[in-house]
Design a protein around this ligand. Structure first.
Ligand SMILES: Cc1ncc(COP(=O)(O)O)c(C=O)c1O
Length: 386
């Protein structure tokens, strides 16, 4: 009855089952995995947000495959503020970066084509790829006084079926940014082989570094698809507004955009009220980002304070993003550890394998957790290793 591509194992894993039981029993939970910014106690400009959604122009339907020009212009301004030059016509609006990924996969990949993805990274890739009949091939990131791309392994992972490489800048959950030299290396490698670059930059604004991180938007060295959206930039995942910026050698770029326009025109998935609101919503991002970064900094300071009181666990360097990666003794699998933290201590954390870490001894915690929850959850977690 069903297509092979949907042949997923849909049984809940042990940790999700335990979480459901824990919640159903009404037990208190210290959730250190939160990623939904609308549930973290940040103060939003409710009036500004709701006001932005009530533009009377929304009463008229004006289908625009690439998205309304006013919204795209606001996105160009966003990039101009980051010193990245993006043209209004080099962009397609989408409802999410997930949708942007599916457009790009559809554009580039025949069934069975390969796309390289970093490991560790974000767990949604598997499903996005399955649905589009794309085969993911992992390339390892290495941690040695900070995270780096293993270019040798990346090159070895390229086959005749490879169409693109995904870079997540900064990566989730490692929180490291691509450096100028890495971008140049990637451009040289990719342009020489006629492959495309897909840059997921949803966390680009959330940097802990003094130097402003570089964006792939407007990258000219290779055919590049840079994506981001309001979900993280403004902490508004419910608005379903994102974008795809295309750049690179002129002819390739023009053809990619023309083909993407047909894909977008087939769905016309963006709704009018949200598109009309994009300029105002983007203008509200600074207050959200300031609150979020203040939370991240305080939680990180608390993490370092607690880690300094013991010698068994440590954390990896973090340059940005919303997560911290903890190194803990690998005396059992990360899943068993996460289960025990949940069942015995009421602390919910993500095991490293959830993000494709290759070995045990890794837990991932969200730095946007409420501060009291973060502090108490962490102290129970660390006590576990005394
Ligand atoms: C790296 C990365 N890309 C994309 C997304 C999803 O963004 P969107 O809500 O725009 O689909 C997430 C969400 O957590 C993410 O971590």
């Amino acid at each position: 009855m069903y297509a092979d591509r949907t042949n997923w194992n849909l049984t809940a894993n042990l940790l999700s089952e335990a979480l459901e039981r824990h919640r159903a029993a009404g037990k208190p939970l210290l959730d250190l995995t939160v990623s939904n910014p609308t549930e973290c106690g940040f103060v939003y400009d409710d009036k500004g947000i709701l006001g932005a959604l009530s533009d009377p122009s929304a009463l008229k339907y004006e289908p625009a495959p690439r998205g309304l020009v006013s919204a795209r212009r606001a996105v160009c301004e966003y990039y101009a503020n980051r010193d990245a030059s993006v043209e209004v016509d080099d962009m397609i609006l989408t409802t999410s970066t997930s949708e942007a990924y599916s457009y790009v996969f559809r554009l580039l990949c025949n069934p069975g084509a390969e796309v390289l993805v970093p490991a560790p990274s974000y767990p949604l890739f598997d499903f996005l790829a399955d649905i589009q009949d794309v085969k993911l091939v992992r390339y390892p990131l290495i941690y040695d006084h900070g995270w780096q791309t293993d270019f040798h392994a990346l090159e070895l992972a390229i086959t005749s079926r490879t169409r693109a490489v995904i870079v997540v800048n900064p990566n989730n959950p490692t929180g490291h940014f691509m450096k100028q030299m890495e971008m140049e290396k990637l451009n040289a490698l990719w342009a020489a082989r006629g492959l495309a670059l897909i840059a997921d930059e949803v966390f680009l604004d959330f940097s802990l570094e003094k130097k402003r991180p570089l964006s792939f938007a407007g990258n000219r060295g290779a055919l590049t698809f840079a994506m981001s959206g309001l979900s993280k930039i403004c902490g508004l995942p419910q608005m379903k507004a994102a974008w795809l910026v295309v750049s690179g050698p002129e002819e390739l770029k023009r053809e990619a955009l023309a083909r993407l326009e047909v894909i977008a025109d087939t769905y016309l998935s963006m709704n009018a009220p949200v598109q009309l609101a994009v300029p105002s919503l983007l203008a509200l991002r600074r207050s959200f980002q300031e609150q979020l970064m203040a939370r991240v900094r305080r939680n990180l300071a608390e993490l370092d304070r607690q880690l300094a009181q013991q010698r068994v666990c440590s954390r990896l360097d973090v340059e940005g993003g919303w997560y911290a990666v903890l190194r803990v003794p690998a005396t059992r699998s990360d899943e068993e550890l996460a289960l025990s933290l949940l069942n015995d201590h009421g602390v919910y954390v993500h095991p490293g394998h959830f993000f494709d870490f290759p070995s045990d001894g890794i837990l991932v915690v969200s730095l946007i957790s409420h501060e009291e929850v973060f502090s108490e959850g962490l102290s129970r977690l660390l006590m576990n290793f005394h």
